[in-house]
Design a protein around this ligand. Structure first.
Ligand code: C2E
Ligand code: CA
Ligand code: CA
Ligand code: CA
Length: 279
C-alpha cells in the first residue's frame, strides 16, 4: 500500500508539472501575441427587443493561432488573470474598443453602445479609472457609448473599494452592466447601492427556456426585479425564437445571441450596422 501511495504521489507531481508547464507556455505565447498585435476583438450585436434594432455590441477577445485555430477566451483569460497579464491585456481591449467605436462614429454609422468586459483582477492590478479615462480621451470616443461589464462575483468582494471605483467610473459618464447575473451571490442590499444601469441575465438561465419552469421563473424574476430597481435587463445566449418570445412577453429590454448573430469581425459588424441605418 505504501509503495502504491508513493507511485501515485509521483504520478500526481508529474501531472502537476505538466499542467504548470502548459500554463507557463500558454502565458508566454499570449504575451507574445499581445505584443505582436495578433489579438482581435469580435463584436456581438445587442438587440432592442421591442424594435429589433441593433443598439450595441459586446467586444469579445479572439486569439487566432496558426496551430490551434482560435484559442477560446474561456481558456486564456484565466491564465491572463492568474499571471497578471490581464492588466495590459485589459488595457489593450479597452483602448481597441474605444478606437473602433470612434472610427465607426466618424464613418457616420449610427451610435451604438460598446460593452467591454472587465475582469475582477483589473480592479486590483490597474488604476481602472485612469485607464478608462485615458482610453476615452486618447480615442475621442463618447463616454456614454461605453459600457463596462463587471461580473456579479466581482461585486461580491471588497464592497467599499469596489463601490468607490464604480462611482468614479460612472462619473466619467459611462454605463455599467452586471455580467452573468444570477450566478454569483451578490445580495440585493448590496446591488442597489452600486451605480448600475444594466443586468445581463446569464445564458445558463436562458438555455433551457421554454423547457425549464425553474429557469423561466428565474429569468422572469430577474427582469421584474431589474425593472423595479430602474435597470435595463439584457438576456444573453438567446438561440431560439421561443426564448425570444418568452423574454419579450416578460418585458426584457434587449438580448444577445446566435438567434440574431454570432460575435463578428469588426468589418462585418460595421456592415450589419450600416445596412440597418439605410433599410
Ligand atoms: P461572457 O462575457 O459571458 O460572454 C458571452 C459568451 O457567450 C461569449 O463567449 C459569446 O461568444 C457566447 N455567446 C454569445 N451568444 C451565444 C449564444 O447564443 N449561445 C451560446 N452558447 N453562447 C453564446 P466567448 O466569446 O467565448 O467568451 C467567453 C468568456 O471569455 C466571456 O464570457 C468573458 O467572460 C471572457 N472574455 C471574452 N473577452 C473578454 C475580454 O476582453 N476581457 C475579459 N476580462 N474577459 C473576456
Ligand atoms: Ca460579458
Ligand atoms: Ca455573460
Ligand atoms: Ca460567462
Amino acid at each position: 500500500a505504501k509503495a502504491r501511495g508513493r507511485g501515485a504521489l509521483c504520478f500526481f507531481a508529474e501531472e502537476m508539472t505538466l499542467a504548470a508547464r502548459e500554463r507557463l507556455e500558454l502565458e508566454s505565447r499570449l504575451r507574445q501575441a499581445l505584443l505582436q498585435g495578433q489579438l482581435l476583438l469580435y463584436y456581438q450585436p445587442q438587440v432592442d427587443i421591442a424594435s429589433g434594432r441593433i443598439i450595441g455590441a459586446e467586444a469579445l477577445l479572439r486569439w487566432p493561432d496558426p496551430q490551434e485555430g482560435m484559442i477560446s477566451p474561456a481558456r486564456f483569460i484565466p491564465v491572463a488573470e492568474s499571471s497578471g497579464l490581464i492588466g495590459p491585456l485589459g488595457e489593450w481591449v479597452l483602448r481597441t474598443a474605444c478606437q473602433q467605436g470612434q472610427r465607426w462614429h466618424e464613418a457616420g454609422l449610427p451610435a451604438v453602445t460598446i460593452a467591454v468586459n472587465v475582469s475582477p483582477r483589473q480592479f486590483q492590478l490597474t488604476d481602472l479609472v485612469a485607464c478608462v479615462h485615458s482610453a476615452l480621451a486618447d480615442s475621442g470616443f463618447a463616454a456614454d457609448c461605453l459600457e463596462l461589464e463587471i461580473t456579479e462575483s466581482a461585486l461580491a468582494d471588497r464592497f467599499e473599494e469596489t463601490l468607490q471605483v464604480l462611482l468614479r467610473l460612472r462619473d466619467l459618464g459611462l454605463h455599467l452592466a452586471v455580467d452573468d447575473f444570477g450566478t454569483g451571490y451578490s445580495s440585493l442590499a448590496h446591488l442597489k447601492r452600486f451605480p448600475i444601469d444594466v443586468l445581463k441575465i446569464d445564458q445558463g438561465f436562458v438555455r433551457d427556456i421554454p423547457h425549464s419552469a425553474d429557469d423561466m421563473a428565474i429569468s422572469a424574476a430577474i427582469i421584474a426585479m431589474g425593472h423595479s430597481m430602474g435597470l435595463r435587463v439584457l438576456a444573453e445566449g438567446v438561440e431560439t425564437p421561443a426564448q425570444l418570445a418568452f423574454l419579450r412577453e416578460r418585458g426584457c429590454d434587449s438580448y444577445q445571441g446566435y438567434l440574431r448573430s454570432r460575435p463578428l469581425p469588426a468589418a462585418d459588424f460595421a456592415a450589419l450596422l450600416g445596412a440597418q441605418s439605410t433599410g
